[in-house]
Design a protein around this ligand. Sequence first.
Ligand code: ACO
Length: 431
Amino acid sequence: MTQNNTVTVTDNRTGKAYDFPILDGTTGPSVVDIRKFYAETGMFTYDPGYTSTGSCESAVTYIDGDQGVLLHRGYPIQDLAQNCTFLEVSYLLLNGELPNREQFQTFENAITMHTMVHEQIHKFLEGFRRDAHPMAVMCGVVGGMAAFYHDSIDITNPHHRMIASHRLIAKIPTIGAWAYKYSVGQPLTYPRNDLRYASDLLQMMFAVPCEEYKVNPVLAKAMDRILILHADHEQNASTSTVRLTGSSGANPFACIAAGIASLWGPAHGGANEAVLNMLTEIGSVDRVNECVKRAKDKDDPFRLMGFGHRVYKNYDPRAKIMAQTCHEVLEELGVKDPLLDVAMELEKIALEDDYFIEKKLYPNVDFYSGIIFRAMGIPTSMFTAIFAIARTTGWVAQWNEMITDPAQKIGRPRQLFTGSTQREFVPFDKR
Ligand code: ACO
């Protein structure tokens, strides 16, 4: 980070001018350092939804939303999705560099050795209703894991942080798969050390004790790619939630549970589920126009799910890879899904429509993922859960970065107060 210039803010009420440093990163927009803004001006800044606020310094992920660029530690997402496995990307996010073969072997081995969860987690799961949403179950179980691993809770100790990070990345597929198994009333399937990360996730979701489960390599590759595409995405709502939770020194499992809770919303990770529900509701290509019309109607709260993004004002680069993966998977499996035709027509019409062009609304990563999941036999309620499994790596990398940042403080935003000023208490009989 370098500082070469300042911004001057003038308070027109008093004519007083204040200088604030401009900080330059390695790329992307500069930021105005307003850490002393309140101390110097007696005012707060106001930015609901943080549309103009940088909350931290980070070297993990870079997005240029106008150009549709996504880099992890400098590497374009396209190159990573094409050439790496999910665990290689996880290593990169956590450690800053791609691993050599030996480093990768050690890392993969560490993750594999942590995939089992405490046996009492079974009992924990049994406390949930069978029809509980997997995200509710994951949120509860991951938060509850803070009560199980007492040997690595000193977050100031790098070794403890590493163990907690490995445990989270390793155990989250087991928990996600078990949330699904529990919901369908099937026996919980243990992880298998001979399988790689994505294959093991499929095995834990789909294997049953009465027959041998063979992992389909096409599905395993597609799942691995989906995990890569969701691994990290800068300071989005759930990642910022993890950082804010962690800023108080909270237990890492509790921080990731907070991230899962934030991801669940339909405006964030829950959108992939909402996309499939929307495509199912549209049903056929001839109803697409009607749906686009509704999305443009100001008086109708309906939005095209899987379209638009806070940061991307161009095609989400992940959506392009997802669309390609979707075609590959459906072709390999010989699946003809009418919802894919609906999705393609919707994308075509929306991309040619002035409303979507003017507002720069393009398909995001969630637009095609649901169709792939459906072809794989993954139920809709598990879509966001798989996103959470992938994003755990990003959350953990960002959490580690935050803990080791010398500028780190407990997160504590302020407000523009518009409520009542101080007034006299009114007793019951006078109200
Ligand atoms: N369909 C129709 N209109 C839309 C859509 C959409 N999907 N998205 C945004 N708009 C319109 C808004 O109505 C608004 O119009 P206005 O300026 O006339 O009021 C304008 O575009 C800007 O939208 P905002 O909501 O202000 O943009 P914001 O950056 O706050 O929201 C968001 C981004 C939440 C992703 C939004 O585009 C949306 O709701 N999309 C659908 C849900 C979705 O796909 N979410 C997944 C995001 S990606 C992820 O989390 C992995």
